[in-house]
Design a protein around this ligand. Sequence first.
Ligand code: ATP
Ligand code: MG
Length: 406
Amino acid sequence: MLYDQIIVRYGDLTMKGRNRNQFEKRMLQQVKQALVPFGSVSYFKSFGRLYVRLNGQPYEPVADRLKDLFGITTISPVVSVQSELEEIRAAALSLMQSIEKPPATFKVSVKRAWKGFPHSSQEMNHLVGGHVLRAMENLKVDVRKPEIELKVDIQEEGTYVFWEIIQAGGGFPFATNGKVMLLLSGGIDSPVAGWMALRKGLEVEAVHFHSYPFTSEKAKDKVVDLATRLSYFSGAPMKLHLVPFTDIQTRLAQQKSDNIIITLMRRAMLRITDKLAERNGANGIVTGESLGQVASQTLASMNVIGRATELPLLKPLVMMDKQEIIREAEKIGTFETSILPYEDCCTLFLPKSPSTNPNLRVVEKVEALIPELDAMIDAAVEGTEVLVLTPSGIQTVHTEGEDDWF
Ligand code: ATP
Ligand code: MG
């Protein structure tokens, strides 16, 4: 096999004013964890880059995995050789010959980082380019717009020859920007919001409210699937909190304030999430809300609902169009799961005319008529089931109320 390493780049821009060492440490941790299934790979760090040594593994699956991680800007599969002219020439030629669709034009771009190398970059462009041209009859040089730019990076420890530069996830490595709770429904939007939070380097714990037996086991499985998919992008295990919401919903419904019932439910959800955040050391709440999508997502509704928590509410999709969100969901592979039929705990209680402009004082007055609400919220928190998910499935199951289970 030709390629023996993959260069992992993590752009300088994202590191401005940040602790670079910490960033790099997390990066390496994340990559190592994600590549555990590839057993034999090893790592080498140099000049703000990471080299994944394949040790005989085929490069595609490893590259595919790396491409979905955050904090990585680009990756390149490379052929590495000793920094010695004939070896470099041979590697360049076999790489050019291995390209599936033979290019008509190319150019060589040599970067000589190791000043001890005997030839200048200019000389090397000719020495390597000439060698390839002599062996490949139909190939021409085009310095302006070549089909392939063959890169030769000469370092003291070795020379890397490559042409592909593959875009990776961008953003920040996992857990470099703090922790949030993600309100994860079974819908299209919230998994996309979760993916965007992960891309920003947030550690994400998912929270799902279910109204068993009004909502089925299938609805729960679906959310487990979505959270599992998200854990693939984090490259780390992800907690999913399953909150029993039936009692609270039933109680709120008895209040006969149909037009604000969704407002009341959402506020209860936020109060529970707030408590889960405190217990788990999270400093914000992420939702999949998008302005104007439904009655509970008007600006006025968001205002009244949002006051139920003092934590920052992060709504990455707030200004996006549904079509854009759907495209993202398809790209990250959650769309197919999200469109499976399921019963959402809130649509079960959906009134005929939900208020698009709830009044905070009225909402607070109705809540004050339910003195047992506080205790019910505490009970929901205590009864919350916690799953720890990894891309390969459920790792452990606990109850929030248990002591010291982690
Ligand atoms: P989604 O596609 O994410 O379900 P949506 O457009 O259907 O969003 P709503 O159902 O109004 O909108 O929900 C708005 C947001 O509230 C969701 O994006 C999610 O963050 C949160 N949410 C709704 N239902 C639940 C639930 N059962 N458990 C956890 N979070 C929920
Ligand atoms: Mg929904």
